[in-house]
Design a protein around this ligand. Structure first.
Ligand SMILES: Cc1ncc(COP(=O)(O)O)c(C=O)c1O
Length: 405
């Protein structure tokens, strides 16, 4: 729809719901539109590098599925998801855990249309207008977008360089909460990883809290050393709601993710999903299963890790080379993001306007805060930019920061 069509729509006197009137567009998606121009060095998107998509495997898997099970692959299917994929996911999350042998049941697994849908479904079944929702400071802006449709009152949980601070979860802070949303691995936007002791503390908290702790984990496999920390799910399998995704380890266009939840909540999520989209596409679920079932991820994921580790190293080296004193950033051990703090007087929304004029782009930090924002922060993604361009882009950005100090 072009701009003139939009004008026609808004000229109508249709009444939108209160909810729809409060909707805002994702700042990242709006910025991405500008940065799609080829001359722009864009550190904006959380898009995986397309070179990592296993295209040939997908093609072969699709051929086999259409040859061997065309009717089932193209037919409506169960809301819960394709059973062999649910079984594969349950098995993947089962095994020796921090507190003995963990067994996740396939009946706990719901396949979702990306983990973004999982966030929406959780909002739908858990959140009422004005109910408190606990989020990290800062947090994934797409989660804020999803939950906001259900009109919560956000409560920011304090964090430090090691992530969410469990001891901050006092009765005063958590009173009446409907959920706590956390990302323990290479958090979007900060790239932080939650230490094992804090995971234990949060899992223990979940065991006595009257609301679920959501563990959103799309980046867990992408730790550069290949030494993943135990999930909170493995520490409290009946109290943690775990979200997973094939977007960052296979391809996001498939739109296949999942929720592992205790059966009582699972049942409600299934009902909510039925009303939303009946089920995640039968065909893409089968493609994912066909591709992963024989251990493909065990060889594929290390190639993604190696690529991102090198790109990350290039970005950290460029930041160290060019950024003036007073600018700080974290050194992620995995994932796709570096989080940068510039001197307090610089508003990164304004900085972005100048940066785009210089053909370099980043995501300002403010939209990642549920309430009070830190305007001197920004997120850099390094995964889709080759090292020489990373260097050139950071040099330009550093010059703009320097000019404002
Ligand atoms: C923290 C987090 N959760 C969820 C998602 C949604 O991922 P998808 O819907 O592709 O599984 C993203 C995407 O970037 C993310 O960063």
């Amino acid at each position: 729809m072009d701009q003139s069509d939009l004008t026609k729509v808004s000229a109508r006197s249709w009444q939108l719901s209160e909810r729809a009137r409060k909707l805002t567009s994702s700042a990242i998606r709006e910025i991405l539109k500008v940065t799609e121009r080829p001359e722009v060095i864009s550190f904006t998107g959380g898009l995986p590098a397309p070179s990592t998509f296993p295209t040939e495997r997908m093609r072969a898997a699709s051929d086999r599925i259409l040859r061997d099970a065309p009717a089932a692959a193209l037919q409506y299917s169960a809301t819960e998801g394709y059973l062999p994929l649910r079984e594969w996911i349950a098995a993947r999350h089962s095994g020796p855990g921090a507190h003995g042998n963990v067994r996740i049941r396939p009946t706990q697994v719901l396949i979702t249309t990306g983990s973004q849908q999982a966030l929406d479904l959780l909002g739908k079944v858990l959140v009422c207008p004005q109910s408190p929702v606990l989020v990290e400071t800062p947090t994934y802006l797409g989660a804020l977008q999803s939950f906001s449709l259900y009109e919560p009152r956000y409560v920011q949980v304090p964090t430090d360089d090691a992530g969410l601070i469990p001891s901050a979860l006092t009765p005063d802070l958590t009173a009446g909460a409907r959920l706590l949303y956390a990302q323990p691995n290479f958090q979007n936007p900060t790239g932080r990883r939650l230490a094992v002791e804090r995971r234990r503390a949060l899992a223990a908290f979940a065991q006595q809290a009257p609301f679920p702790v959501i563990e959103d984990d799309p980046y867990g496999a992408l730790d550069y050393r290949g030494e993943p920390l135990p999930t909170m799910l493995s520490m409290a399998p009946d109290h943690i709601v775990h979200l997973g995704s094939f977007s960052k380890v296979l391809a996001p266009g498939l739109r296949v993710g999942y929720i592992i939840a205790p059966e009582e909540l699972h049942f409600k999520l299934v009902q909510a999903k039925q009303a939303t989209d009946l089920h995640t596409p039968s065909f893409t679920q089968r493609i994912v299963h066909e591709v992963v079932k024989d251990g493909f991820l065990d060889t594929h994921v290390p190639t993604i890790r190696a690529l991102y580790r090198d790109q990350c190293a290039a970005m950290l080296a460029a930041l160290a080379r060019y950024m003036p004193e007073g600018v700080t950033w974290n050194e992620p051990e995995g994932g796709m993001f570096v989080w940068v703090q510039v001197p307090a007087a610089i508003d990164t929304m304004r900085l972005l306007e100048e940066a785009i004029a210089q053909h370099v782009a980043f995501v300002p930090g403010a939209p990642f805060f549920a309430n009070e924002a830190q305007h001197n922060t920004l997120r850099l993604s390094f995964v889709t930019v080759p090292p020489e361009k990373i260097d050139a882009g950071i040099a330009k950005l550093a010059a703009l920061v320097r000019a404002r100090i």
